[in-house]
Every structure is written in structure tokens, then in C-alpha cells.
Design a protein. Sequence first.
Length: 325
Amino acid sequence: MKLKHLLLAPLLALGLGAQAAPMVIKFSHVVADSTPKGQAALKFKELAEKKLPGKVQVQVFPNSQLFGDGKEMEALALGDVQLIAPSLSKFGKYTKQLGVFDLPFLFDDIQAVDRFQQSKEGLAMLSSMEKKGITGLGYLHNGMKQLSANKSLSNPGDAKGLKFRIQQSDVLEAQFRAVGSNPQKLAFSEVYQALQTGVVDGQENTWSNIYSKKFHEVQKFIMESNHGLVDYMVIANTKWWSGLPADIRKGLGEAMTEAIKFGNEAAFNESASFRSKVIADNKAKVLPMTKEQLAAWRKAMAPVWKQFEGEIGADLIAAAQKANK
Ligand code: LMR
């Protein structure tokens, strides 16, 4: 045997010549694959594995399959999942600032939300939770929320005494209290059953979430209120993210930027078609709202702004308002 082979043999026996197994990256979320978030997660998998061949393997878990609301943040902290994209309404334990996104009737439309997120103030919030172990990799859109219930809600007084499912947000709780209804914080995976069994009378969500989770099949009316939004921050565990080899972090960062762009385009372009599908199903009646009706809702919910101004920050609220044109 040649000397070279004699030296290589023990190395090969130790497996040092073999390629290392790819790093497994779990991306967990609570919605359907067809929604903007579902599509962005799958796009991220495709791009990350293409940019870092053999180095990473991305596993996407939709529909609360791996972790639902309430568990996913904890799982991220423990390293049981590497990427999640909770709704901006679900960060109350970590920062009060993101409550700005829940203020009722603040943003005129999703384009205004986008302008605010990309402003100096919006971008600063991505890194505002790093001391708590959360790194924001970007904002991802879903869309504006519509109100649904088993009763037509033309005027804010119609909501009095009704039970509404809300996300984990004190601002959203105050929003429904302002119109005399009873908000109940429930995980997204529990909403359909809660509506079906009458545990709650109504809820608020985007067209893609309503359609993909069939909420319109267990609600009589959907009011086109566009009174708030469901958007997301894609986050990673700070220690994990900053500890990644530089080439991997770079590749994943680029893949995420492109995936978010892809998801945002889906959010911009497909909201109307999800709305049409809800209407075509003819299960819940979709009710447009007049300017006067919307003004009455806006007025009834306006005290929520003052109530949370202290903890969100008046300057941040002003910056968000500036994003409306
Ligand atoms: C909800 O809980 O209604 C939403 O945050 C779900 C989601 O992730 O879109």
C-alpha cells in the first residue's frame, strides 16, 4: 500500500471523509399552506435548500401540527423549533410596542402597513427583542381583518353582549370591550370548534384565514370592516441565529428575504380571490359596510388608542399614522 493510502485509511475509518449531515431547520406555523404565510414558508424551504445544497434541510410544519399558539415561542426559546412567524398580536409578553399594529382603524390598508414596517421605526422593532432572545428576520403580510358573527353587525351597538374570539392581545381585548362585547383569548387551532359549538359568537380574521379554516361555514355574517390587520414577524432564536456559520446565516437570510417577498405578493394579490371564494360558497353572508357605519365603529373603538398610548408610545403611533396617505 502506498504511504498516502496508509495515512488516509484511519481517517476514512473514523468517517472524517464522509460529508456531514445537513442541518435540520424546523419552521412551524399555525395556518394552512395556501395562505401567504404557508406559501412563504414553503418558498423558504425551496430557496434555502437550493442556496445551501447538502448543508441545510428545512422542515415546514403548517396548521399547528408541531406547535400551536402559546407553545411556539417557548419551543423557539428551547431550540425545539428554529423559525416561527407569529402574528404581531402575539408578542405582548415580549414587547408592548408591537401593540401598535392592533390599534383599531389605524392603518387605511395593507400598503400603509407595509410603509410603516419598512420605516425607521418599523425596522427598529425587528431587533427590539434581542435581549429576550428573539431576532426578527422580517415582516410578512397576511391582510386586513373582517368581523364575523352570527348576527349582522352594522353598528357597534349590535356587538353588545356577544362573545368574540381574539388572539393573545390586550389591545384586541380592549377593542372588543369598547363595544360592550366579551373577548376570549383562544389559540387559532381552537377557533373553528369554538364557533361551531357556540363557545364564541364571532371572531375577526383575514379572508385567507377565514376561507382556509372554513370559519365562513360556521358564521352567518361577515362584515367587510377592514378594521385591523393580521401580519407577522418571522423570528429566530437570537443565540441560534447569531451562532450559525457565516455562510449558512447569509444563505438563510437571503432565502428568507426572497420568501417574504413571495409571501407578501401572495398577500397583496390573493386576498380578493379568497374573499370571492367565501362569497361563492354562499354559507355566510358578506355584508359591505357604509362609510357612516365604519365611522361609528371607529368612534366607538377610539378610546383604545388613548388607553394604550403610554405603553406603545405616542411617537410610534404618530409614525404609524404617517404611513397612511
Ligand atoms: C390568528 O390567531 O387568528 C392568526 O394569528 C393566525 C395566523 O397566524 O394567521
